[in-house]
Design a protein around this ligand. Structure first.
Ligand code: MEV
Length: 437
């Protein structure tokens, strides 16, 4: 980019494309063609996507895939996943099939509580603030009644508001710590609207609270925002089977079970391993979160905070062997929605939810947790048996061949060849050159 641009957002889409192609790419004509090639052929669908965000110039595709045969609480589901990493969907499908033959996944909701906070500074008498809060709490709740009435009709709303004193950390720092039940909505807009109204009411009421001095009346609201840390919006998913059912061609059942538990325990005690272990879990979680139009950044932030809740970053999954039974489970906080946001706007998200039989938010939490557990099972199983590269490179083979310019026929031959040979960059290159000759 040679010069800054002013008023970019006010340019038309064509002008934006022109500007970016001319100023930031080597071959403007080809760049423009590429951007247009990724437009949806239906102008109405394209407009919908254009309007999701500001300054849209094209679409960024990710594969939308299906991992079938998930047996969850007795029901079969095919799970849609949006992800670019070659081996993730294959691994999820393999784990789903493995556990389908061993009773499937069990999942349960532990809690659905969401959190939001009004952060404010109050420098004054603590007892007076607490009296003020007791007095003002019903008024806070009343002030949001127009926002909460629909949610309340459906059984949700505000669970509680607490006054928190954090002045030992920052001078005068206090919070209204609020908890919510947002049912099938992720609830970010609902929560933030309530919080901003709470903040306004808090300030207004403080000004007329007789017991406050002039300084105490002047509460400074710093911000009002939901928290993506939702340790009580929690779901558990698990699998179990007799150890003897775990046998596979790579390793005897008992040795496998022990090694698997050991691998999970390593992730529990050692953060370097825990981060990668949990990354594997997030391969499954994010892919379903994305395919169902949910906010994967919120989920990521909340999940990793949860993984560190005991003071050290640790595994989200747990495994043990008890009385000859292998048990493997995950507990993970997931603030998800199946209404609102992109869920009814993005055509593929709508289809993704339909494929999942239009789940409630609670059901989606269970599905997503299962996807994370399945993914972790597949990854750890590979790691402790064959090593991860065997399966991963096999799945990556097509990417490599595409990159090397292989024809369809060459790809077909080489996929066959590499069923019994080790895939590495060098071996694929060599085999392709041989065929081409
Ligand atoms: C790769 O995307 C994920 C893994 O690294 C996860 C793990 O190590 O458990 C294979």
């Amino acid at each position: 980019m040679k010069t800054p641009v002013e008023g970019f957002s006010k340019l038309s889409k064509a002008e934006k494309i022109d500007w970016i192609a001319q100023n930031c790419t080597k071959d403007p004509k080809t760049s423009k063609q590429l951007l247009e090639q990724y437009w949806n052929t239906d102008p109405k669908v394209q407009k919908l996507h254009d309007e999701f965000i500001e300054n849209t110039i094209s679409n960024y595709y990710l594969p939308f895939a299906i991992a079938p045969n998930f047996l969850i609480n007795g029901d079969y589901l095919a799970i849609p996943m949006a992800i670019e990493e070659s081996s993730v969907v294959a691994a999820a499908s393999k784990a789903a099939k493995f556990w389908m033959e061993r009773g499937g996944f069990k999942a349960e909701i532990i809690g659905t509580e969401k959190v939001g906070q009004v952060h404010f500074i109050y420098n004054g008498d603590t007892k007076k603030l607490s009296d003020f809060f007791d007095r003002v709490k019903p008024k806070l709740l009343k002030s949001v009644s127009s926002i909460t009435q629909n949610m309340e009709k459906r059984g949700g709303g505000i669970n509680n508001i607490q006054l928190r004193d954090l002045s030992d950390k920052i001078e005068g720092y206090h919070q209204l710590h609020c908890t919510f039940e947002t049912l099938d909505a992720m609830g970010a807009n609902f929560i933030n609207s309530c919080l901003e109204q709470f903040a306004k009411t808090l300030r207004e009421q403080a000004i007329s609270f007789e017991a406050f001095t002039e300084e105490e009346k002047n509460i400074e609201v710093v911000m009002s925002i939901l928290s993506n840390y939702v340790p009580h919006c929690l779901v558990k998913a698990e699998v179990s089977c007799p150890i003897s059912d775990l046998g596979n061609s790579d390793m005897p059942a008992e040795a496998f079970a022990k090694k698997f538990v050991r691998a999970v325990n390593m992730a529990k005690v050692e953060p370097y391993r825990a981060v990668t272990h949990n990354k594997g879990i997030m391969n499954g979680i994010d892919a379903v979160v994305l395919a169902t139009g949910n906010d994967f950044r919120a989920v990521e932030a909340g999940v990793h905070a949860f993984a560190a809740k005991d003071g050290q970053y640790s595994s989200l999954t747990h495994a043990k062997i008890e009385d000859g039974i292998f048990r493997f489970w995950i507990e993970v906080p997931l603030a998800l929605g199946t209404v609102g946001g992109l869920t009814s706007l993005h055509p593929l998200v709508k289809l993704g939810l339909e494929i999942l039989q239009n789940p409630s938010a609670k059901e989606l939490m269970q599905i997503v947790a299962v996807a994370g557990l399945a993914q972790n099972f597949a990854a750890v199983r590979s790691l402790v048996t064959t090593g991860i590269q065997k399966g991963h490179m096999k799945m990556h083979l097509l990417n490599m061949l595409n990159q090397m310019g292989a024809t369809e026929n060459e790809k077909k031959q080489l996929v066959e060849y590499f069923k019994s040979h080790t895939v590495t960059n060098a071996s694929v290159k060599e085999a392709l050159e041989k065929i081409k000759k």
